[in-house]
Ligand binder design. Structure first.
Ligand code: ATP
Ligand code: MG
Length: 415
């Protein structure tokens, strides 16, 4: 027996169905906001992630599945989607289509983290990116779209944490101030932070170990007038859209490319892995990756965590509507044709084994959760009919000609 790898899991029904429902709801919401789908590769050049996500981030430094392939190429399995989306945007000139460059994708991500509840090594993200709009309205729109999706799914107990990381200039000043502060407290920092503060002092704020005490004590970033205005406008528009949020000056997010607006949606119902979604503006990333100057904003949502929040909600009934039973091989041929006709009419249908006893087929029908059994016994076969038998309510068998069965069942299901 070969088991699955630690941190990698099988998604079984009904959870797999929940994933599909979340995805379907997302597609609907994306349609309302003008988003189109991009499907990007699972494996990219390693340097794509090193350059965009950032070489001092936890994701790249500790969590990425990177390896040299048989041809000696340095590749990585995607730990997040934004770098691939940005690469695709540049590679295919997606800013030139005449439409807003609003793209979403649904896909699995890979991070070699310590597995625990809500944290897996392979997980699913739904991701939205809006490239080319510097306006605060784009910030407010993406955040309110995320909330619209959560509301549509009936997710409760979520809050939006909001902050601004300012532009490159704001951060340049802050970097010096923070570095001076951290150097003076190097002995209190964890080992990885001590190693990376010279290269990127802001990373310490996002560290799972040092972040919490630094949030209380470290100096805060001061926004330049332009960034302060952008942040104020974003908040005003969120207010206009009726989106509740908390300004959280300690929110920095774990990726290097963010600028200005960053946000996270958290749930009080999730325990320690409480982030359902996170995102932010990345105004300089596209240009720094060799593309045009294209300010952008996006978010990624963790479908696995969302599914944890929704798992106790009533699921739609996905049992077959009909279960077809036959008394003999010959009747089975008719039954098989009947199932085909039912499905073609949009009525879900299933069967067990037409050569098994009627009793055993009846038991399978009951277990399937079907609403009606359609029985073709010897008499029915001779008469060219099927007997409709209600399984979930008392009722007699009523014969119906083969050709009329789909229409008749449809009527019964509606009534
Ligand atoms: P966390 O702080 O929980 O590690 P993150 O900041 O690393 O989250 P992002 O890179 O922003 O996460 O990814 C967006 C979303 O993807 C998260 O909010 C979370 O819902 C989900 N996510 C991230 N890592 C995992 C994982 N290992 N397993 C399951 N879901 C995850
Ligand atoms: Mg993480």
């Amino acid at each position: 027996m070969i088991n699955s790898l630690r941190g990698f899991r099988d998604l079984l029904p009904p959870e797999s169905d929940l994933f599909a429902r979340i995805e379907a709801a997302a597609r609907e919401v994306f349609g309302l906001y003008g988003y189109q789908e991009l499907r990007i590769p699972t494996i990219e050049k390693k340097e794509l992630f090193v350059k965009s996500t950032g070489d001092t981030t936890d994701i790249v430094e500790k969590e990425m599945y990177a390896f040299t392939d048989g041809g000696g190429r340095e590749v990585a399995v995607r730990p997040e989607g934004t770098p691939g989306m940005v690469r695709a945007f540049i590679e295919h000139n997606l800013g030139q289509t005449g439409r807003n460059a609003k793209f979403f994708y649904v896909g699995n991500m890979f991070r070699a983290e310590r597995p625990q509840a809500g944290r897996y090594r392979e997980f699913t993200q739904i991701d939205a990116e809006y490239i080319g709009n510097p306006s605060p309205a784009a910030d407010a729109e993406t955040i309110s779209m995320l909330l619209a999706l959560l509301n549509k799914l009936g997710v409760e107990g979520c809050s939006v944490e909001l902050n601004s990381l300012g532009c490159g200039d704001c951060r340049k000043n802050y970097r010096e101030i923070l570095l001076g502060y951290l150097r003076g407290r190097a002995e209190r920092l964890c080992e990885p932070c001590r190693g990376r503060i010279e290269r990127n002092p802001l990373r310490a704020l996002d560290c799972k170990i040092d972040g919490p005490w630094l949030a209380g004590e470290a100096p805060k970033l001061q926004l330049c007038p332009d960034c302060a205005a952008h942040f104020a406008d974003t908040q005003r528009l969120l207010g206009a859209a009726g989106v509740p949020y908390n300004v959280n000056l300690n929110l920095v997010r774990g990726l290097d490319y963010y600028s200005r607006t960053v946000f996270e949606v958290r749930s009080t119902l999730l325990g320690s892995q409480d982030a359902v979604a996170g995102g932010g503006r990345y105004d300089d990333l596209v240009k720094s990756m060799g593309g045009p100057a294209a300010p952008a904003i996006g978010w990624g949502m963790g479908v696995d965590r969302l599914a944890m929040l929704l798992k106790d909600k009533p699921a739609p009934d996905n049992a077959p509507k009909t279960f077809v039973i036959a008394a003999s091989k010959e009747a089975g041929d008719r039954a098989f044709a009947l199932m085909t006709a039912l499905r073609a009419a949009g009525i879900s249908s299933d069967f067990s084994n037409f050569t098994a006893s009627m009793r055993s087929q009846m038991r399978s029908a009951d277990k399937s959760g079907a609403t009606f059994a359609l029985i073709i016994g010897e008499d029915e076969l001779k008469a060219g009919t099927a007997a409709i038998k209600p399984l979930k309510a008392p009722g007699d068998q009523t014969p119906v000609p083969f050709a009329d069965a789909p229409a008749q069942i449809k009527k019964l299901l509606q009534g």
